[in-house]
Design a protein around this ligand. Structure first.
Ligand SMILES: [Zn+2]
Length: 334
């Protein structure tokens, strides 16, 4: 890869990527060369929601492991990128809040890593980072206006325009999980009602499926069959598969997702006219079962001129999107 537009024009060295989630499920650190090729990586998922110092101590150990002098025979670390599963104030380098976790409010994370590692650090929201990764290395290479939608435990969005993340005035652009799509709808993690996240996130889909199945023995039996009798573990992908196999309750849940995710995406399309919408997170693992009806619905709801060339695609980076996003943040302008 040629880098002709950078400020540094570095030819040797490394970047670090760090991924942090509020739920504890995802902590990872990766070392990459200047082409973005991952050379070494460690993951330390936790089964509980950790406090701030637990996460930072854990990352400290992981950083020591990944930046061991033996790994760095081709120069030094030039920059660090951090993808955070929460609200990030990019201007000040702080975490505004990390969903599900306490102790992160207004935490100066950029300064923390700059002091720890003595190199410049860039932090951003994980959906923004994933969007950048998909445009730089993934399914949307070269797209001028690309929207990434992370349909995970929550719902995040990231907009990349002409190769740059669009942050808005106070860095909340892309927070599409909290768009109102259904008046008086289910309660959202933010305390509001009828937000997209409360209907179309992985957690919302599993919860709706389990809740509705209580009165339908056939559906309960189908859930037991696909989850090995651990109904609480049913995934969004499994719900989509049950719907495709003809389960009426699963079809109700899936229709609800298609209806309201379709409304949200169609409204976004009318505003920003993207060339591609990339779907990531656990729900996107349903693949074409999710994408085909959604694409049809968005076409239905939008002006033809806005949607006729629009592609809705599944993320090609999948579960790697956040860590590759963190590395892509670090590689900007190098
Ligand atoms: Zn909300």
């Amino acid at each position: 890869m040629q880098r002709t537009t950078g400020k540094l024009l570095a030819t040797q060295g490394y970047v670090l990527g760090i991924e942090i989630s509020g739920s504890g499920a995802r902590q990872s650190v990766a070392l990459a060369d200047l082409n973005g090729t991952i050379l070494h990586r460690v993951r330390r998922p936790l089964e509980y929601i950790p406090d701030t110092s637990t996460v930072l101590n854990l990352l400290d150990d992981m950083l020591s492991e990944v930046t061991h002098p033996e790994q760095l025979h081709d120069g030094r670390i030039l920059r660090v990128g951090v993808a955070v599963g929460g609200l990030v104030d990019v201007t000040h380098g702080t975490v505004r809040t990390l969903y599900h976790a306490h102790g992160w409010d207004n935490f100066p994370l950029q300064e923390h890593f700059e002091q720890r590692l003595d190199v410049p650090c860039i932090i951003d929201n994980n959906a923004n980072a994933a969007a950048l990764a998909e445009v730089a290395h993934g399914i949307a290479v070269g797209e001028r206006v690309a929207l990434y939608v992370g349909l995970g435990r929550g719902i995040g969005g990231g907009l990349v325009v002409n190769g740059k993340i669009y942050h808005g005035m106070t860095c909340t652009a892309g927070e599409i999980g909290h768009m109102l799509v259904k008046e008086n709808g289910p309660k959202c993690s933010c305390g509001g009602y009828g937000h997209l996240e409360a209907i179309a996130s992985a957690q919302a889909i599993s919860r709706a499926m389990i809740g509705l199945s209580v009165e339908y023995p056939e559906t309960e039996e189908a859930i037991r069959r696909v989850t090995g009798s651990r109904a609480e573990r049913i995934t969004a992908e499994q719900v989509f598969r049950l719907a495709a196999e003809g389960d009426k309750i699963a079809q109700r849940v899936v229709d609800e997702v298609n209806t309201y995710l379709g409304i949200a995406l169609a409204n976004i399309v009318q505003l920003i006219n993207p060339g591609v919408i990339i779907l990531g997170g656990q729900v996107a693992q349903a693949g074409e079962l999710l994408i085909q009806p959604l694409q049809a619905r968005v076409r239905d709801l939008c002006l033809p001129a806005a949607s006729k060339d629009l592609l809705i695609v599944q993320s090609s980076l999948g579960a790697e999107a956040n860590i590759v996003g963190a590395l892509t943040l670090a590689l900007q302008d190098i």
